[in-house]
Ligand binder design. Structure first.
Ligand SMILES: CNc1nc2cc3c(cc2[nH]1)N=C(N)NC3
Length: 371
């Protein structure tokens, strides 16, 4: 535990960074992957199992938790850590993106967003102030600014409008933030894939001053090439002494390419969601357990993997659990995928420490090409 929120830059290899974020609920080694615990649970996983995969921080969602069970209720019950039995750090997203992607009807004004709940159709408002307050009630170690996420593709003029609004909302989010030892707030860089808008957004956010900076507005269908080219001109102008968090990313090769471009933190539903759709991620690529070719296969998913799924169960058994829609299938595949993602991050952390990151990248792609 620490009483001051801080980021230590421990080493670099090219643009790749090895660091450590210190928060009220413990430290996070970076590059780090955050499993997504949207409704106060990482689906199909006990929190103890999530910790066993090596995860040191989870993501929660303001949007979902404000609708159900409500931020006041979680606060009264002792905060999100106690409520979900996770005593390590938690980062909460601010709701901006989820409103855009989940809520029915929504109206954006200078003040904030009015939307209808996708659960019961009731009307709610979210503003920079109320989002920041909800995240305090949840006791999030890292609070995200409230931002507007335009649907892409969009004309530059629209992207600029959304970025400027998000920067005004960032200032209001910062003014509403309760400074507590060990707690931090991250600004979110916007600007789509436009170099000048991204640079302006970084400038405006660093002028306000945050404990970390996220890169938003990506992983929204722009494709990997455009995401990487946007990172190529965005990370170099971001502060070097603060964590950089790429929101909503990604597939294993996205993570490797983004770490190579100076990103420190990630979150993505992919490993847990794939675990529920019978898709396993391995160092040789993805495996679809619905495929009958696994019916009699006695081998584990990945001979080199040390997770409980690969140590104790065959592909034939996982195929059987998938076909019979058994709950254990969801559990084992989710566990494996989250374990693989943490192994990937641990491998990158070690490679950066040993200054062998370039070789790590070559080996990573070679194994996938072999299949
Ligand atoms: C899945 N892709 C994705 N892109 C994102 C982008 C953002 C986000 C969440 C995301 N998820 N949350 C925000 N508050 N802003 C930007």
């Amino acid at each position: 535990m620490t009483d001051t929120f801080k980021f230590e830059l421990l080493g670099t290899d090219g643009k790749a960074r090895r660091g450590r974020v210190h928060t009220a609920h413990g430290a996070i080694n970076t590059p780090a992957f955050m499993p997504v615990g949207t409704a106060a649970t990482v689906k199909a996983m006990m929190p103890e199992s999530v910790a066993e995969t090596g995860a040191e921080i989870l993501l929660g969602n303001t949007y979902h938790l404000m609708l159900r069970p409500g931020a006041e209720r979680i606060e009264k019950l002792g905060g999100l850590h106690k409520f979900m039995n996770w005593d390590k750090p938690i980062l909460t997203d601010s709701g901006g993106f989820q409103v855009m992607s989940l809520a029915q009807l929504r109206k954006i004004t200078e003040d904030g967003v009015r939307f209808r709940s996708h659960i019961d159709g009731a009307y709610y408002d979210l503003t920079p102030e109320s989002s920041t307050e909800i995240q305090r009630q949840l006791d999030a170690d890292i609070t995200m600014c409230f931002d507007e996420c335009p649907a892409l593709p969009a004309p530059k003029e629209r992207v600029n409008e959304a970025m400027q609004l998000s920067m005004r909302w960032a200032r209001r989010s910062r003014e509403a933030f309760t400074h507590r030892p060990g707690y931090g707030q991250f600004g979110i860089v916007q600007g789509g894939t436009e170099k000048d808008l991204r640079e302006e957004s970084v400038e405006k956010l660093t002028e306000i001053g945050f404990e970390g900076y996220a890169i938003g507005g990506l992983a929204v269908g722009e494709g990997q090439e455009l995401m990487f080219s946007t990172l190529d001109f965005t990370t170099p102008v971001m502060p070097t002494d603060k964590p950089r968090y790429l929101m909503g990313v990604g597939k294993p090769d996205d993570l490797v390419g983004a770490v190579a471009r100076g990103v420190d933190m990630f979150d993505c539903v992919l490993p847990s969601r794939s675990g529920r759709t019978a898709e396993a991620w391995t160092r040789r690529g993805s495996v679809n357990l619905r495929n009958a070719r696994h019916k009699d296969d006695p081998r584990p998913l990945d001979e080199n993997c040390t997770c409980p799924c690969c140590k104790n169960y065959s592909r034939a058994y996982l195929y059987h659990l998938t076909k019979t829609k058994e709950i254990l299938g969801l559990m084992l595949l989710t566990w494996h995928n989250l374990h693989y993602y943490q192994e990937l991050m641990a491998g990158m952390r070690t490679a950066i420490e040993e200054e062998t990151f370039d070789k790590f990248v070559v080996d990573f792609h070679a194994l996938r090409e072999q299949g």
